[in-house]
Ligand binder design. Structure first.
Ligand SMILES: [Zn+2]
Length: 474
């Protein structure tokens, strides 16, 4: 059960914070927010946003771009829009502040497909049942987008004096890699995030299991390296098997890869993450997490971790999953070419070229060509950063008994495009959900409580105010 925060209590704490800011800020123009109104507005807007179907492919983010454009226009905030392809909209807006590096509030507007046959309600109806909103995008990541929007609007309405620019940015196409979204904006519209050194994006959330609350603030990710293995051989008729066909050769290669174990290696960010997890881990895992180097060196312990927590085990080494396979498209034809695609995920400091050389030595067959489909450079964002600290402080204030840890994610988000350009990025949505609800991300019955949406809106505003609000001493 999610810890209950009565709306009076939260309103009180926000008002206290706001009046503190008002009291210490020599700017008489600043106005107080009406937190209840802001939260009401967040709920109303989230429902509207979630009902716009931005399943990617095809995305159709132009519709949600217009949704944000209308809101920003109504508020009198200038914004820019740009479509990377027909239907693929992106939008950003900036509130000017002082000379400190700008803060970006980023989220993606597209969602993964949802099959209504496996849902209790239409995934795009945003049905509210017993205080819970069921919708594709309820966790990934439209609700974070609404919290960011409301915080952004509140800054402007309250005329908060800002030490830095604050940028709201909503992009297309995260779910298929960002080519029409964040990546395209970074390449074609660098002015959108000019001067930015801090960025808040999806990636970490709070989960609760057996009374243990844990918030992960994502500081880095495993790096994808997507590869294609191509095998060639003499084509022929299926009735006359040759000695080594393209398919035979590929299957032999894949068997070598399937049974190969990449050596465990604990990088500092992963070590810090596990030490953080150890603080309130279930008793049977406490010691194993506290010394993950030792655990990773023990075959049985590592196997146990893989069975119980495959997501955590994946952080201890480079991995490759064999996913796409292609051979002949006809049962009686031996094809001249067969190929397989590998979803490899590298540790955040792994040099990709070195990894490919290791892979080639495992394959040990010069006849297999290794082609690169996608890959990017790794980066870790530091925890001694005002944005990280503000996220941790606000979360601690709302959840004094929660364990807050700098997290490493096995998956990737749009953050890497910005980390590559020297922007410190943190993956965090201020929500606390039952651990089992995480399966809704890319799964069925994705949902978020109204309570979370309301509290998250207030928390996000508090975070942004701490990071961007002008203090008398600066
Ligand atoms: Zn997402």
């Amino acid at each position: 059960m999610i810890e209950h925060h009565g709306s009076t209590g939260r309103t009180g704490s926000l008002l206290a914070l706001l009046s503190l800011l008002v009291a210490t800020t020599p700017m008489p123009a600043q106005q107080r927010a009406d937190p209840v109104r802001l939260e009401d507005e967040a709920v109303r807007r989230a429902l509207e946003y979630l009902r716009i179907n931005t399943t990617n492919p095809p995305g159709n983010e132009d519709q949600t771009m217009r949704f944000f454009a209308r809101i920003l226009a109504d508020e009198g905030i200038p914004f820019d829009t740009a479509s990377s392809a027909p239907g693929r909209g992106n939008i950003w807006a900036r509130i000017k502040g002082g000379g400190e590096p700008a803060l970006v509030l980023l989220h993606h507007m597209d969602v993964v497909p949802a099959d209504p046959r496996y849902w209790d309600a239409d995934p795009f109806s945003a049905t509210e049942k017993s205080g819970v909103i069921y919708a594709r995008g309820a966790l990934d990541t439209k609700t974070l987008g609404v919290m960011e929007l409301e915080a952004f609007l509140a800054l402007r309405r309250m005329k908060v004096p800002l030490a830095r620019d604050v940028i709201f940015m909503a992009t297309a196409d995260e779910e298929t890699g960002g080519s029409f979204g964040a990546r395209w904006v970074v390449e074609h519209h660098p002015e959108a995030f000019a001067g930015a050194k801090l960025l808040l994006n999806e990636g970490g959330i709070g989960t609760e299991a057996a009374g243990r609350k844990r918030f992960g603030i994502e500081v880095t990710q495993k790096v994808p390296l997507w590869l294609k293995l191509v095998s060639t051989g003499k084509p022929g008729h299926g009735s006359v098997p040759p000695v080594g066909s393209s398919v035979d050769r590929l299957v032999r290669t894949l068997e070598r890869l399937r049974t190969h174990e990449f050596a465990p290696r604990i990088v500092p960010a992963v070590d810090t993450y596990f030490k953080g997890l150890a603080r309130n881990a279930p008793p049977e895992w406490k010691d194993a997490y506290a010394d993950i180097r030792r655990t990773a060196g023990d075959r049985n312990a590592l196997l146990r971790l893989q069975l119980d927590h495959p997501d955590l085990a994946a952080l201890t080494r480079n991995t490759c999953s064999i996913t796409v396979l292609q051979g002949s498209d006809k049962i009686n034809v031996i094809p001249p070419e067969a190929d397989a695609q590998l979803d490899c995920r590298l540790l955040p400091d792994q040099d990709p070229a070195t990894f490919v050389r290791e892979l080639e030595s495992v394959i040990n067959d010069p006849g297999i060509k290794v082609e690169r489909i996608l890959g990017f450079t790794p980066a870790v964002s530091p925890t001694d950063n005002p944005l990280y600290q503000a996220i941790a402080d606000v979360t601690r204030r709302h959840f004094p008994d929660a364990n807050i840890v700098p997290a490493v994610s096995t998956g990737f988000t749009d953050s890497h495009f910005f980390r590559d350009r020297g922007v410190a990025c943190y993956g965090f949505a201020p929500i606390l959900i039952p651990e089992e609800d995480e399966s809704g991300i890319h799964g069925n019955n994705e949902r978020l409580s109204v309570e979370n949406l309301r509290r998250g809106t207030t928390m996000l505003l508090e975070i942004v105010q701490i990071v961007a609000g002008k203090r008398p001493d600066r």
